[in-house]
Design a protein around this ligand. Structure first.
Ligand code: C2E
Ligand code: CA
Ligand code: CA
Length: 769
């Protein structure tokens, strides 16, 4: 991402900024030079024009004197009227027009009159300049072809830069044409090593006004480039300062302009520090531009950083989003504990596998194995939920190791797993696979330092044999699993159609049971006595349901109670049993009646208050009723169950813990849930004195129960030996076929009579067996 950012954002930005900087810098520099050059050229041109103007002015001014007729006349007078000449020529041109020197010479070049810087000059002063001026004077002599263009061309002044000396700035015709006013010469030259404009004009005489030849005198004026003139010139052109130098060597940023005479001789240079508007502009624009550029760089850097950060943020949140999407996706299709596919994904896999199986034709091409761990609840209850979770994870791992790459191992929840075995060739494949599963699960598990043994029951369906509809196949696998459990667990059982029939029968039983509860037809409560171990007298009766089905005959509670629980019929049925029990209890006020409670009842709403209400409605004392609950109800750790139990005890009912010792070895719950009685399960009693003698267990349970202040009951007592052992061990109450089976209400009368205090025969001798 960093490289991409550099490539797509930073590099273009950098290139753009660099381009901006280069274009900005060179553009400004180019514009500055252009403007400066134009300004300097303008200044130079103005200088040239000014000097040309000066030359023209000098010529006109000199001309105004030279063509004045009285001058020619005065020059012919002898002696010379010097005062007149001083007033009208010497001081006039000097004071009025700033001509420095004025000379009047004859055609031989001899000085007639001269004035220098406003004073009358003598021959010596003229001598300093005479040789330089001589050629000018000579050009007026009749022998020379003055008046023609060839003679005039050599007298004009040429200005030019050092670099292009050919540029002419003096329009010579204006000053050289001959005519009635006489001819004139203007020259730029060095006089006495000083640059000067020398203007010469023939003095016009009256006699031959049209012939220059007639001129006997030449008037010459000299204007130097002295400091005052240069200052004046600079001011006019708009320059700070102007100086003259013989050499073009400039100081600093000075520019120079060459002064040339027409003959090409070097007259020197004018030098000045030019006004450079471009540079001035650049000086203003430069810092502003640099500041702007720095600002642009800073803003760009800031923006690049912002882009980078938000891109980073964006990519991070995209990654997070993808991750959470993937996670959500995973969660939607996987079990959290094991990471295995869940029911939703399993369903898809089954559909996929069925797709392949369906294409392949008939027979057994894929199998669905429904697994349920045997005695998982036991592990959960004895070692805790954490150990239970560990066991599930470990089983999941073992199953996955066993499964092939095309198989799917899924967890439905609890200890239920499903394996979809695809690519099955025949039943032998499925058999082998199931046998391996049973084997690996029966290997002990190491859970929190405990060696735990579990087994697994597997219900198997195959497709297309058992169907092609996922829901149907799962239902049949469930039935097969049920059958595997019923057949003794730790095995796999294939679905057979008769199993479906059994389920159908159970469903029919459910329907019949519901109508039986409604009509009261066929249902009865029988009573089995509980005997006091010491007096051998009946002290209680256990209410046990009996159902005489119209067509199927007697159905055992072991068969219909689970159906009643599954269908919820147990709720009205249980209430009905309780009412029956109350009536019986009222008939024999000295004894109690024990009523069995199903966990389903326990979990129903307002359970305790309903039981209390029913007993109250039947006008029965709570102390006459005992409720029998199973250990599972206590283990659920459910607050509602606990509250219901406490409410019943608070209302005066006694609670007996039924089937004590089956499956659960933890007694810690007895401290948390108060009960009054424990009924040792009949399996322990029946094994008394057998191969696996349980007497030690029974003795310790009795000791424990007594220590906790509980009444201990032994159920399923069938022999006198069992009875004797139990009595000797300290058991409080006994129940079993030895004393009586459960009898109908009718037979109860007779049974109770036998147990009357004055009856002298004991129940064990005379009760029906
Ligand atoms: P349970 O509560 O353990 O009831 C004792 C079972 O042991 C009864 O079987 C009883 O007939 C039988 N039994 C008693 N003495 C002996 C003996 O000496 N030897 C042998 N082998 N068996 C003996 P039953 O009547 O078939 O009841 C089975 C189970 O059905 C009961 O077991 C109880 O859990 C349930 N049940 C019966 N009636 C009700 C009821 O009204 N409500 C609820 N929720 N469950 C009931
Ligand atoms: Ca019972
Ligand atoms: Ca029991």
């Amino acid at each position: 991402m960093r490289a991409r950012f550099v490539r797509t954002v930073l590099l273009p930005l950098f290139v753009m900024l660099a381009f901006m900087m280069i274009v900005g810098f060179f553009g400004l520099e180019w514009a500055r030079q252009r403007v400066d050059d134009a300004a300097v050229a303008q200044q130079e041109k103005t200088l040239q024009v000014e000097i040309s103007n000066r030359q023209r002015d000098l010529a006109i001014q000199l001309g105004s004197v030279a063509r004045w007729l009285p001058l020619a006349q005065k020059l012919h007078e002898v002696p010379l009227d010097r005062t007149w000449l001083w007033e009208n020529v010497g001081t006039w041109l000097y004071e009025m027009f700033d001509h420095d020197d004025v000379y009047i010479v004859d055609m031989t070049g001899a000085l007639i009159y001269g004035a220098v810087s406003g004073r009358e000059a003598d021959g010596a002063e003229f001598g300093k300049v005479s040789s330089a001026i001589a050629p000018v004077v000579a050009s007026f002599q009749p022998t020379s072809s003055s008046g023609t263009s060839s003679s005039t061309s050599g007298t004009s002044t040429v200005f030019g830069r050092d670099t292009s000396p050919g540029v002419s700035a003096a329009p010579e015709e204006d000053f050289t044409n001959d005519g009635p006013r006489g001819s004139q010469r203007v020259r730029l030259m060095l006089l006495d090593d000083r640059p000067a404009i020398v203007t010469a004009r023939s003095v016009v005489s009256a006699r031959s006004s049209s012939q220059s030849l007639d001129s006997a005198f030449v008037a010459i004026s000299v204007a130097y480039f002295h400091a005052a003139y240069l200052e004046h010139l600079a001011k006019h052109v708009g320059l700070d300062a102007l100086r003259y130098s013989r050499s073009p060597s400039a100081l600093g940023s000075e520019r120079s302009m060459a002064l040339h005479a027409t003959d090409g001789s070097d007259v020197g240079y004018l030098l000045w520090t030019p006004v450079l508007p471009g540079t001035q502009m650049a000086r203003v624009i430069g810092p502003v531009g640099i500041g702007t550029f720095i600002l642009v760089i800073l803003v760009s850097a800031y923006m690049a950083r912002a882009i980078w950060l938000s891109a980073l943020l964006l990519s991070r949140s995209i990654i997070e989003l993808q991750a959470s999407e993937a996670q959500a996706q995973h969660l939607a299709y996987h079990d959290v504990l094991t990471g295995l596919p869940n029911r939703a994904l399993l369903n898809e896999r089954i559909i996929q596998a069925l797709g392949h199986a369906g294409h392949a034709g008939q027979g057994e091409q894929m199998a669905i194995l429904m697994l349920d761990l045997d005695r998982f609840k036991h592990v959960n209850d004895t070692l805790g939920h954490h150990a239970g979770d560990l066991l599930i994870k470990e089983v999941a791992q073992r199953l996955q190791l066993l499964a092939g790459p095309s198989d799917t191992v899924a967890r439905l929840g609890g200890d239920e797993f499903v394996i979809v075995q695809s690519a099955v060739r025949d039943r032998a494949d499925v058999n082998a696979f199931c046998k391996r599963i049973v084997e690996v699960v029966s290997d002990p598990f190491e859970l929190n330092g405990n060696n735990v043994h579990v087994s697994v029951s597997i219900g198997v369906v195959t497709a297309p044999l058992n169907g092609m509809e996922p829901g149907e196949l799962m239902r049949k696998a469930d039935i097969a699993l049920y059958a595997a459990k019923a057949e003794g667990r730790d095995r796999h059982t294939y679905f057979e159609s008769f199993m479906d029939d059994r389920v159908r029968v159970q469903r029919a039983i459910g329907v019949d049971l519901r109508s039986a509860v409604k009509s009261g037809q066929g249902l009865a409560v029988h009573y089995q006595p509980l005997i006091d171990a010491r007096s051998q007298k009946i002290i209680g009766l256990e209410a046990l349901l009996r159902w005489q089905h119209a067509t199927r005959g007697a159905i055992s509670p072991g068969e219909f109670i689970p159906v009643a629980e599954e269908t919820g019929i147990i709720l009205p049925l249980g209430e009905w049993v309780l009412r029956e029990a109350c009536r019986t209890a009222k008939r024999w006020p000295d004894i109690f009646v024990a009523v069995n409670l199903s966990p389903v009842q326990f979990r129903s709403a307002d359970f305790a208050s309903r039981m209390i209400d029913i007993v109250a409605q039947e006008n029965c004392a709570a102390s006459s009723i005992e409720f029998e609950i199973t250990e599972g109800m206590l283990l659920s750790e459910d607050e509602a169950s606990k509250a219901a139990l406490e409410a019943l005890r608070a209302a005066g009912f006694r609670i007996a813990l039924d089937d004590f010792g089956t499956g659960y070895s933890s007694l810690s719950y007895l401290r948390r849930f108060k009960v009054d009685k424990i009924k040792i399960d009949q399996s322990f009693i029946q094994n008394l004195g057998g191969h696996e003698d349980t007497s030690a267990i029974i003795e310790s349970v009795i000791t424990l129960g007594r220590a906790m202040g509980l009444t201990v009951v032994a159920e399923g007592v069938e022999t006198s030996d069992q009875k004797d052992t139990l009595v000797a061990a300290g058991c409080h109450e006994l129940q079993g076929y030895l004393f009586s089976r459960a009898v109908s209400e009718l037979d109860l009368e007779q049974l109770m009579a036998l147990s009357e205090p004055n009856a002298d025969s004991s129940l064990t001798e005379q009760a029906p067996r």
